[in-house]
Unconditional design. Sequence first.
Length: 271
Amino acid sequence: MKIAFIGDIVGKPARLMLKKHLKRLQEEHFIDFTIGNYENASHGFGLTEKNCNELLGYGVDMMTGGNHSFDKKEILTMFERYPLIRPLNYPKKTAGNGIFKTEILGEKVAILNLMGHYTMPMVDNPFTMIVEVVEGLKEEGFKHIILDIHAEASSEKNTILQLLKQDISAILGTHTHIGTDDLQINQGCCYVTDVGLTGCRDGVIGMDSDIPMKRVLTSLGGHFDIDEKCQTILQMIIFELNEEGRCIEAEKIKIYGDSPKIVTEAFREII
Ligand SMILES: [Fe+2]
């Protein structure tokens, strides 16, 4: 099966990029299922029901979240009606679920969302929790397990790779918005520290640069905003899993505005 994973979808420029390119890319690459991260999809903060329907209409099949999952309060009632998850290490009483179970081409597939520790809200220990959850899923017969690790620190994401590479199919990093150059197939696990954002490429992590510049030059705060007339980028990982849930092919797709796509193959790590 071939899965597409879009990193942080940041605001309207990102939604328009997906409207323009996603269905064509799905056809060109024979994609069976598409995952995207919604937490910045509505003007950079959370997800509205309107934007959720919009993204599902553009070809996204399910969406993962992060520390901004709850920025729009309407999400509290959306988890039951839409294919949305939030990090599984939020406390038990928090609305929503961190695991999405589905079937793709007759195979049981589990998609997980986990939040890191460094600079993140106080949540349960992501490392002990993910090891336990993956063990449970394997006992349930899941061979195809995909994780969105939403974290600031690349060291935490690397640690998750070393903890889980033999047990799960793919580990895709999100949250920093900056794509990293380490896409690899590591012992059958597709891994990248950060997929990188889809949205504006010429501001600061997808946001208008005025406020971040004011913050560093004056120490005064301000609310991040999105410049809807920005230069755009679409970033997506495509990976293929065999019947055993091991990754056999992976590549990164980048599209700058309307330019032709750039395709970069994953490095194959065999040690
Ligand atoms: Fe985030």
